[in-house]
Design a protein around this ligand. Sequence first.
Ligand code: DX5
Ligand code: ZN
Length: 212
Amino acid sequence: MLVAPSMLSADFGRLKEEIEELNRTDCDYLHIDVMDGHFVPNITFGKDIIKTIAKYSKKKLDIHLMVQNTEFFINMFIDLNPEFLSIHIEEEKHINKMLHLIRDNHIHPGIVLNPHTSQSTLEYILKYVDLVLLMSVNPGFGGQNFITSTLEKAIKLKEMIKEQNLQCLIEMDGGINDKNISMIKDCGVDMVVSGNYIFSSKDYQIAINSLR
Ligand code: DX5
Ligand code: ZN
C-alpha cells in the first residue's frame, strides 16, 4: 500500500519540522490539497507555500486540485514537477485536454471522483489517466468520517481497469485510519491519503506502518 500523508492536517506553525519528520519516514508522497474557496468551501495552499513544502520535502508531491478554472491551476503547478496532478471530473468540461496538458509536461495525470460520482463516468477517459482518486469524504476538510459506499466503487473501478487492461492506480482519500484500512486494501486500492490519522499520532512512522 502506498501512503501519502495529507499536509492539510500538518501543524502549519511548524511546517518545516513537520516536513522533516515526514522525510524521516518511508511515506511515498506528500499529498497537497489545493482548495480555491469556490469548488469547495475552504481555502488552503497557494503556490508559494507549496513551493516551500517542495523545497524542504525529500518526497515528491501528490497534488489534488479542488478548484474551479482547472487549467489555470494546472499551469500554476507544472514547474513544481509533482509526481501526480489530479483534477476533479465534476468541474472540468475538457477533461481529455487537461489530462494531455498534464502528461505533456511529464507529470502523471489523475482524475478525482466525489463520493456521489460513479466510476462509470470514467469509461472513455480511463486509458488517459495514471491514477483515479476516489474521495471517501466530501472534499473540503480533513478529519471527516469515511463514506463506506466508496468501497463498492473501488471494486467496480478495479474491474473496469482490468477489463480495459490498464495499469492505472486507485487512490482513496478521506477518513482513512488503522480501523478501515484492511477493508480498503481488500477492495483493490493501491494508495491511501491520510491526514488526521497520521498527524494526530505520536509517531508518524508507526501510523504509516499500520496503513501499509
Ligand atoms: C479533503 C482532502 C483530504 C483530507 C484527508 O478534501 O482531500 O486529503 O486532507 O484528511 P483526513 O485523512 O483527515 O480525512
Ligand atoms: Zn486530498
